[in-house]
Design a protein around this ligand. Structure first.
Ligand code: GLN
Length: 196
């Protein structure tokens, strides 16, 4: 299985290491042809406004939309989760989101850099202990009604929570985390994604 990590900006390097540790072959994705060549994709953390702009510059907006639509698994972490959401609160007016799952993402809802924090999360499906999660300028996610309402979409499963909001969610082939699972050396969330 070949897993791509979108490598336009942000925290992509540590994802490659985590994927290799769980036995996946991991490659950086910066172009349409590299995207076409992977079976699943991680959209990493970083700055969602910048990643959005870089996607436009790299002519990756439509290819990424098509990738999501194709049903190949996609995992967005932090800024990546913002990009995969349906609605962004506190974003730039020109920043894109891909509506991969019915989530509203409030940027920087836990505060700026100095309010970044770590927490031990109970994650559904990981029965061998809490996951030590690193939150860096994390968004707050809220599950919203799919738009248009009533369309036949898989339900959103909340696998972990932070402060009463979803921290890890999965819906069909899409997973989103508001934390950075690639930091801290615990690869169980990456395994979970690779097994989806
Ligand atoms: N606050 C950033 C944004 O809005 C996300 C931070 C992160 O990915 N660690 O894009």
């Amino acid at each position: 299985m070949k897993v791509g990590v979108l490598a336009l900006q942000g925290a992509f390097a540590a994802h490659l290491g985590a994927l290799e540790q769980v036995g996946a072959s991991a490659v950086e994705v910066r172009t349409e042809s590299q995207l076409a060549d992977v079976d699943r994709l991680i959209v990493p953390g970083g700055e969602s406004t910048t990643i959005s702009m870089m996607l436009e510059r790299s002519a990756l907006v439509e290819p990424l939309r098509a990738f999501v639509r194709s049903g190949r698994p996609v995992f967005g972490t932090c800024a990546g989760a913002i990009l995969l959401s349906s609605r962004i609160v506190g974003g730039r007016s020109d920043q894109l989101c891909f509506g991969a799952l019915p989530l509203s993402a409030s940027r920087n809802a836990f505060g700026r850099q100095r309010e970044s924090f770590e927490a031990d999360l109970a994650v559904r499906g990981l029965d061998d202990g809490d996951f030590h999660a690193v939150f860096i300028r994390a968004p707050r996610l809220e599950v919203i009604e799919p738009d248009p309402p009533g369309v036949d979409r898989p339900t959103v499963e909340v696998l972990a929570e932070i402060d009463g909001s979803p921290a890890l969610v999965r819906s069909g082939a899409v997973m989103c985390a508001t934390f950075h699972p690639e930091l801290g050396g615990d690869t169980r969330v990456h395994s979970m994604f690779c097994e989806m």
